[in-house]
Design a protein around this ligand. Structure first.
Ligand code: BDR
Ligand code: CA
Length: 306
């Protein structure tokens, strides 16, 4: 499945990248970057570093520096580290991002092969909203747009109402979720991702099986688990972004419900995803997940890496 990751790496974004690289079900053709966990400049540098680390040519297209309307929130250094990879700040790279912007690339790549491309958006949705501005048929031209973001019943993770990716650009999230024009949009939100925990023993196992990628993820995963310990009381992390890519490949592991939605853009509830009967789009929202199957798929796929 030809796939583009729209990403703000980020610890769980890096976990998703290596899964994409390892998986026979995903052909990762490019990454587009977005601010969120880090600045867009750091996101691009991290994406290039990840691509170089697997010695495979995966072009990187830099996306938006800022949200559509709000003043940018501060990057989540306390969750992912100052530059996105925990305490590891040395990300020397030799390659450069492509000249075309993320939104332009997304639009032209989708139009070139209608119905073929999966876009897995695991950061704020600004690039996707900008792609819709360029071409209202952008989502219709995809095989599917799978989004890690929002929540229906689980509440927020950055405010009581808002999930971080939607909070970082609520106008973009609202634009995408209410956009006319057809195509398939799948939402993998906190309703399912906060049920999929990864523990120290899981990172240890990955590092033992795949010292290079697994060892790196174990190092940066420690920072990420320390953050989750402060909010959940347990030393563990959630597989938010990997769950979205697994939903691209194996939707049968998720229970989905058709819902018309919007995202609140003002007031105390800003960033909250809510049902909205007057939306022009019906999204498929993941409301349940086969947790052991997702964890098993993640770990057995990662074990293929050196
Ligand atoms: C989302 O926010 C970021 O911290 C993660 O990378 C994930 O995309 C979870 O709310
Ligand atoms: Ca992310």
């Amino acid at each position: 499945m030809k796939t583009i990751l729209d990403t703000d790496p980020g610890v769980d974004d890096a976990m998703t990248f290596y899964y994409a690289h390892a998986s026979a079900g995903t052909d990762l053709i490019a990454m587009t970057t977005i601010f969120g966990n880090v600045t867009v400049e750091d996101a691009t540098q991290n994406a290039l570093w990840l691509a170089e680390s697997v010695q495979t040519e995966i072009p990187v297209y830099q996306g938006s520096k800022t949200p559509l309307e709000i003043i940018p929130n501060t990057p989540s250094a306390h969750v992912h580290g100052e530059h996105g990879f925990g305490d590891l700040n040395d990300r020397t790279i030799t390659t450069k991002a492509e000249a075309e912007s993320a939104a332009e690339f997304l639009v032209s790549e989708a139009a070139r092969q209608p119905g073929e491309l999966t876009v897995c958006a695991i950061g704020p949705l600004t690039n996707i909203a900008l792609a819709l501005d360029i071409d209202p048929k952008f989502i219709a031209n995809l095989r599917q747009l799978v989004i890690m973001g929002g929540s229906l019943e689980a509440g927020g993770n950055i405010t009581p109402y808002a999930e971080a990716n939607f909070w970082n650009d609520p106008h973009a999230a609202n634009k995408v979720l209410t956009s006319p024009g057809g195509g398939t949009v799948i939402i993998v939100g906190l309703d399912v991702t906060t049920r999929i925990s990864f523990f120290q023993s899981d990172y240890d196992e990955m590092a033992a099986q795949s010292p290079k990628a697994g060892g790196f993820l174990k190092d940066i995963g420690e920072f990420y688990m320390r953050f989750y310990e402060t909010v959940t009381g347990k030393y563990q992390a959630y597989l938010h972004d990997p769950a979205a890519l697994i939903a691209c490949e194996a939707p049968e592991l998720f229970t989905m419900q058709d819902v018309m939605l919007k995202v609140i853009t003002e007031g105390e509830n800003v960033g909250e995803m809510v049902p909205h009967l007057f939306s022009e789009r019906v999204c498929k929202v993941c409301i349940d997940v086969d947790i052991p199957a997702v964890l098993n798929r993640y770990k057995t796929t990662m074990a293929r890496l050196p």
